[in-house]
Design a protein around this ligand. Structure first.
Ligand code: COA
Length: 419
């Protein structure tokens, strides 16, 4: 039987995780307990007598999805003691975790995993891998110079390590970059504090537009960008809108720091083809993205498709408006036998279940998940016969309402503490 954990179970859980995963580190386990959204019953356990034999952790997050905030839940540290595998404990925990996720109000579950087939059976869909760009540290600096981005005539920013009292600047710049982002988690001040305290990074640097006067408030020397690095990896690099030179200068600083530590290669985590990613690749002369870890994939489970479609209704309406889609119109979705219908009016979109109407798309649950999250390759799915539109209208409406989106989950949120 699956039971929720209590505080008293924490030492036993740490013991189990060490046996199953040879980790987490003590620091990372402590950090998981200090997560501002954490509640002990977000851990689910299978026990035999007093012994914990299997465990799963559900984390509560809010995902920024364009203009919408979606409550989501992560699944971490799902594991069964090696000697007791193959008896259904893992499956039972997964089902219980999905129910718990839904009970927290989450509309989608997320897991980074190396065993996608284990999750596929309960309707999880592969929704991405983690890509990064890599280049020579010296090449990046020369590339930035060659592009005139580090010229003295450019407004010189002051770049230095971040100080704890400047938390507000990180909160602000991160928020300023969320407008067109699909996938990053909402970071409140408490969440930022937790991320920083967790220490999954080596250094945070900030770019100041003005003199670095310690005693002055940020107002007098506004912070216009920051970078988070771990070893030779630039984990996050964001700049304030209207200050494009900050990204180049922070990038150059990260490369110089890497060279100083004897590293020749640097990597950048950023949404593929974002401004920062393009800048890095142009400077380094590298055209391709690399998979960070080819065996690690992101899987998503839609926990309540109708509620999710309702949450997206405003955005779906905006897309219909922008494409001047003739309305009123209806689009059904027939997903492995389950039925959903979108009624697209002139002034709004409504989503209902249990009915598809005449114009619909037939597809499986994995493709439906990718469709809703903007990770669906229309041309490939049509060529493979994985999506079957009942009418031309269904195809046209489907393409307009569910375009490809740059789904990207920043890795900083998942970077474990080092010790
Ligand atoms: C994944 C895991 C939790 C499954 O636990 P379990 O108690 O054995 O799960 P169940 O008995 O319910 O299911 C086992 C099924 O998963 C499959 N499975 C489990 N681990 C697998 C793996 N690494 N590769 C392929 N299949 C795997 C088994 O083949 C079995 O399939 P079957 O039902 O067709 O026989 C367990 O193998 C484990 O702890 N693995 C190490 C940690 C891990 O990788 N966790 C996943 C993190 S995202």
């Amino acid at each position: 039987m699956v039971v929720p954990a209590s505080v008293a179970d924490h030492p036993g859980i740490y013991h189990l995780l060490t046996a199953v995963f040879q980790g987490p580190s003590r620091g990372e386990f402590r950090a998981s307990l200090e997560d501002p959204h954490y509640q002990p019953h977000d851990r689910l356990l299978v026990k035999r007598g007093p012994q914990i034999i299997a465990h799963a952790l559900v984390t509560r997050r809010v995902m920024e999805f364009g203009p919408i905030e979606l409550p989501v839940a992560g699944l971490d540290w799902l594991g069964t003691l090696p000697t007791l595998r193959g008896q259904g404990h893992g499956r039972r925990l997964l089902v219980a975790a999905e129910e718990h996720m839904a009970s927290t109000g989450a509309l989608a579950g997320l897991v980074w995993t190396r065993i996608p087939h284990f999750f596929r059976r309960t309707g999880w869909a592969l929704c991405g891998r983690h890509f990064h760009s890599r280049g020579g540290a010296r090449d990046v600096i020369s590339g930035l110079i060659a592009r005139g981005l580090l010229r003295r005539s450019h407004r010189r920013l002051n770049i230095r390590p971040w100080r704890r009292l400047e938390l507000g600047a990180l909160v602000r710049i991160y928020k300023q970059n969320l407008d067109a982002a699909f996938g990053p988690f909402q970071r409140t001040e408490a969440y930022w504090k937790w991320l920083i305290h967790r220490g999954g990074y080596d250094q945070i640097c900030v770019a100041l537009d003005g003199p670095d006067l310690l005693e002055l408030e940020e107002v007098h020397a506004p912070i216009v960008g920051y970078s988070v690095t771990r070893g030779e990896r630039i984990v996050e690099l964001l700049s304030a809108p209207g200050c494009p030179t900050a990204a180049a200068q922070l990038m150059a600083r990260a490369c110089r720091d890497a060279i100083e530590r004897g590293r020749h290669t640097v990597s950048l985590d950023a949404p593929p083809n974002s401004r920062v990613d393009k800048l890095f690749r142009a400077a380094s002369g590298k055209r391709h993205h690399h998979q960070m870890d080819p065996s690690l994939v992101l899987m998503v489970k839609l926990l309540s498709p109708v509620k999710l479609l309702r949450a997206l209704a405003g955005e779906l309406h905006r897309r219909a408006e922008e494409a001047q889609l003739a309305r009123p119109l209806e689009l059904g979705l027939l997903v492995d036998g389950k039925k959903y219908r979108l009624a697209i009016h002139r002034d709004r979109v409504e989503a209902v279940g249990r009915n598809i109407g005449r114009s619909y798309l037939r597809l499986n649950v994995a493709d439906f998940t990718r469709l809703v999250l903007g990770h669906f390759d229309w041309d490939e799915a049509l060529a493979d016969g994985r999506v079957e539109p009942s009418t031309n209208l269904a195809l046209e409406a489907g393409r307009v309402l569910f375009p490809p989106l740059p789904l990207w989950l920043p890795p900083l949120d998942n970077l474990p503490a080092r010790e």
